[in-house]
Design a protein around this ligand. Sequence first.
Ligand SMILES: N[C@@H](CCC[C@H](N)C(=O)O)C(=O)O
Length: 270
Amino acid sequence: MRFVKGHGTGNDFVVVPDPDARLDLSPRDVAVLCDRREGIGADGVLRVVRTKLCPEVDALAGEAEWFMDYRNADGSVAEMCGNGVRVFARYLVDAGLAAPGEFGVATRSGVKRVRLGAEGDVTVDMGRPKVLGDSAAVVSGRAYRGLNVNMGNPHLACVIDDPVAGLDLTTEPGYDRATYPDGVNVELINLIGDRTVAMRVHERGSGETLSCGTGAVATAVAAARAAGETEGVWAVRVRGGTVTVTLDGGTSCLSGPAVLVVSGEFPAVL
Ligand SMILES: N[C@@H](CCC[C@H](N)C(=O)O)C(=O)O
């Protein structure tokens, strides 16, 4: 099985080309691929498959030839992945499956428009963030209030005063299971300057990651709200670099680097 490894600000993915929908990737297969000691190692898998061949999204085939079948490192399925879709777009263009410029990618959360910039950045229109109220997370024994933001996938974005650099995110934060019956991605955020924030994230199904695109947008929404704003361009500093989020009151855009680092063949178990 061929694979390509890529990342967006350190949020890393195994890209698995499966244009004709021949692979039946089980949760265990995905967990093996993502294992950092016994597999390739990644936060998730991006299966590249023709939209028209996947019954769960084939209605989107007119707008997007390719479906990003995203899986978390533990094998669970997620609706959307902001950094993943940027890496996916980079792969499509490098592999000659899409022309450089702007095009649509099908996801479980609808079609996302992506654009490859001249400087190597990839931008994705992430759609309108849905703000669903307040909730709370418990990290290192402390409870933090946060904003429930749905980006296709669930987020709890907490603007806090404690320095995020000092938090222990090795275990899953506590959260309200009635609010988030399918689990949640938790962002811890410090306001550090003019429309600039530092963010750490614990992802559902992957643990702490170096970056999270949907989480960066949820972060910008929570930070903007804390600053009494609804629009603007926010720099979100994550452990793996910086991404930029533009809020225009309607939609949201995520920009940042997306790079492919290695390709190869995975033998054996799959
Ligand atoms: N890293 C991603 C989000 C991946 C999915 C998430 N773990 C979930 O289960 O919702 C991103 O860049 O958005």
